[in-house]
Design a protein around this ligand. Structure first.
Ligand SMILES: *Cc1c(COP(=O)(O)O)cnc(C)c1O
Ligand SMILES: [Zn+2]
Length: 501
C-alpha cells in the first residue's frame, strides 16, 4: 500500500523516523560506551555488552496501543528495508537509515499450530514458529541482518573500509554470516571457524557456497570461540558471534513477531527455546521486556529454556534454588544431536543471569524455567514432530522434548499455548535422522532407534524375467509388462484394494 493511502494519523509513522542514541551498556560494571566503534566486550571489565537507547523514553510519547497500530499498518508497506525484522525499526535499529538496511528475506516466519495428535502427545496446546524458513535456514539470520545492517551503515556513512567479518560457529552462524557478507561483497569479506567434523555437510556447504574462507579447527565450538576471541582482541576484524550485541538486538525480532502474531496478547503463552551460546534466550527475554516497558504488551509470556544432558551448563546453574549460592561452571560437552546448541561455556551467560532476574521480578519466579532432556528424547521428539506436519531440526525437537518434560514435571501451566522455536530447517540436520533410521549412532550419543519411528526406502528389485528400464530402451510391450509387474508389486506392498468395476 502507498503511504498516502494509509489513515492520516498513520502516515507520519509507517515509515520510521531515524532517531535515538544507541550505546553499549556493560553487563558487568554498567559502563556505557559509544557505538561508533565495534565493541564486543567491556574495555574496562571485559564483560559482555548489550545495546540500549539513551532516548528510549521518547518512544513512550506514543501509547502502546498506537505502537501496535503502527506495526500492524507497517505490514502493508512494500518497502524492502521494512519488510523483515525492521518492521520494528524503533525497537531494534532506530539509528540505522533505511538505505543501509540489508534485507535478504529474514523474519516473519510462520507460526504453525500443532494438530490434535501432537497436542495429545505433548500434553498441551502448542505451535511451532518455523525459523528454519529464514534465508540461510536458521534463526541466526535475524541477528545477522542487524549486525550487517549496522556494519553497512558504518561502511556507507562512516568510511569504514576493508572489513573482514569473522565468526566461530556450530554451523548456522557461519552459514548466516557468509550469506550476509556475500551480499556486501564489494566491501566485506568473511571467514568462518568451524570445529572439524562437528557441523553437518549442509552447514559446511553453505559458507563455501557463499564464498567465505572456511577454516576447520580440531576441537569443539568452545575451542573455536576462544580462537576467534583472540583474533577479535588482537586484530582488526568484525566479530559476528552473538558476543556482538547487534546480533542480540536483531534476534529480539522473534519476540516482536510472536506478539504481533497473537494480537499482542502474550500473557497466556510459553515460549520454548533451546539454549546453546544463550544469545537466543537472551534476545527473547530482552524483546518481551522491551515491549512490556513500552506498554505494547501488558503481560509477559512464560519462557522455557531447554538443554541436553550432554551440554547443560545453564540447567546446572539454575538447579541451585538459592540465587546467592548459584555458581556458573562451564561443562565439557559430549556429542549431541542438538549440535547447534552443543556449547559448554555460553558467551551470553552473564546476559542470561541479568535478564532472568529482571524477567522474574516482573512475571514471578516461575516465569522462566530451564529443563533438561536426553539425546533420546530429542531425536524421538523431532521425528514425532515431523511425522505431524512440521519441519523441525534437532534443536526444534529439543524444544518439544523440553515442553513434554516441563509438562511431566509440572513446570508449566497446561492451559498456556507453547510456542516452540524450530530454530533451523530439518534439512540442515538430516544426518541425525539418517543415523536414527539406519541405526548408526555412535554409542556416545546414547540414542537407540525406536522401530516405530524408523523409516527407510524400499527398493523394488525386478526378477531377471521382467524387462527393466534400467537396462536400456524397452519396446512398448516390454514397457507395459514392466509397469504392470511393478504396479502389482506395489499394490501388494501397500495392501491396496481393487476398484469395483
Ligand atoms: C545457534 C543455534 C541454537 C542455539 O542458540 P544460542 O543463541 O546459541 O543459544 C539453537 N538452534 C540452532 C539451529 C542454532 O543455529
Ligand atoms: Zn564493564
Amino acid at each position: 500500500m502507498k503511504i498516502d493511502q494509509f489513515p492520516s494519523e498513520m502516515q507520519v509513522h509507517v515509515v520510521p523516523r531515524i532517531g535515538g542514541e544507541y550505546f553499549y551498556r556493560c553487563i558487568g560494571c554498567e559502563g556505557c560506551f559509544g557505538i561508533e566503534e565495534l565493541l564486543y566486550t567491556c574495555p574496562k571489565c571485559g564483560s559482555v555488552l548489550l545495546i540500549e537507547d539513551r532516548e528510549r523514553e521518547r518512544l513512550k510519547e506514543i501509547s502502546g496501543a498506537k505502537w501496535r497500530r503502527i506495526f500492524d499498518h507497517r505490514r502493508m508497506l512494500n518497502i524492502p528495508a521494512l519488510s523483515g525484522i525492521y518492521r520494528f525499526h524503533e525497537l531494534l535499529g532506530s539509528i540505522i537509515p533505511l538505505e543501509d538496511i540489508v534485507y535478504l528475506g529474514e523474519g516473519h516466519t510462520p507460526v504453525i499450530s500443532a494438530n490434535e495428535a501432537m497436542k495429545d502427545w505433548a500434553g498441551m496446546g502448542l505451535c511451532y514458529k518455523n525459523d528454519g524458513q529464514n534465508p540461510s535456514a536458521s534463526f541466526k539470520d535475524r541477528g545477522m541482518a542487524s549486525a550487517f545492517s549496522y556494519l553497512n551503515y558504518l561502511i556507507n556513512k562512516r568510511g569504514v573500509r576493508n572489513v573482514l567479518a569473522i565468526c566461530a560457529s556450530t554451523g548456522d552462524t557461519s552459514a548466516s554470516a557468509a550469506l550476509y557478507a556475500s551480499y556486501l561483497c564489494r566491501n566485506v569479506k568473511s571467514a568462518v571457524l568451524l570445529p572439524r567434523g562437528k557441523v553437518t555437510p549442509q552447514q559446511l556447504g553453505q559458507p563455501l557456497g557463499n564464498g567465505a574462507r572456511v577454516i576447520e579447527i580440531p576441537g569443539v565450538f568452545d575451542d573455536c570461540m576462544k580462537v576467534v576471541e583472540y583474533l577479535s582482541e588482537n586484530f582488526s576484524v568484525a566479530l559476528m558471534n552473538s558476543k556482538n550485541a547487534w546480533r542480540i538486538l536483531g534476534q529480539e525480532s522473534y519476540s516482536y513477531e510472536i506478539a504481533q502474531a497473537f494480537d499482542y496478547e502474550v500473557g497466556g503463552l510459553a515460549v520454548v527455546v533451546p539454549i546453546g551460546n544463550a544469545g537466543n534466550i537472551t534476545a527473547v527475554m530482552a524483546g518481551f521486556l522491551k515491549m512490556y516497558d513500552l506498554n505494547i504488551i501488558d503481560s509477559l509470556p512464560a519462557v522455557i529454556g531447554v538443554q541436553s544432558e550432554h551440554a547443560n551448563p545453564v540447567y546446572l546453574y539454575y538447579l541451585e534454588p538459592e540465587e546467592a549460592a548459584r555458581q556458573f561452571r562451564p561443562v565439557a560437552v559430549r556429542p549431541s544431536v542438538a549440535q547447534a546448541a552443543m556449547i559448554g561455556n555460553p558467551v551470553s551467560m552473564p546476559r542470561v543471569i541479568r535478564l532472568v532476574e529482571q524477567y522474574r521480578k516482573i512475571a514471578g519466579e516461575e516465569s522462566v524455567r530451564i529443563v533438561q532432556i536426553s539425546e533420546q528424547e530429542i531425536m524421538d521428539s523431532m521425528l514425532v514432530a515431523n511425522r505431524n506436519g512440521h519441519i523441525a531440526c534437532t534443536q526444534g525437537g529439543e524444544c518439544l522434548a523440553g515442553l513434554r518434560k516441563a509438562v511431566a514435571e509440572n513446570k508449566i501451566d497446561k492451559n498456556r499455548t507453547a510456542i516452540l522455536d524450530a530454530t533451523a530447517h530439518a534439512l540442515k540436520f538430516a544426518v541425525f535422522q539418517d543415523k536414527y533410521f539406519f541405526d548408526t549412532f555412535e554409542p556416545e550419543f546414547e540414542v537407540t532407534p525406536k522401530p516405530e519411528l524408523q523409516n527407510a526406502p524400499l527398493l523394488l528389485d525386478l526378477p531377471d524375467s521382467v524387462p527393466s528400464p534400467a537396462k536400456g530402451k524397452l519396446s512398448a510391450a516390454e514397457f507395459e509388462e514392466f509397469v504392470e509387474f511393478t504396479a502389482l508389486r506395489i499394490a501388494g506392498v501397500l495392501d491396496l484394494k481393487h476398484k469395483k468395476k
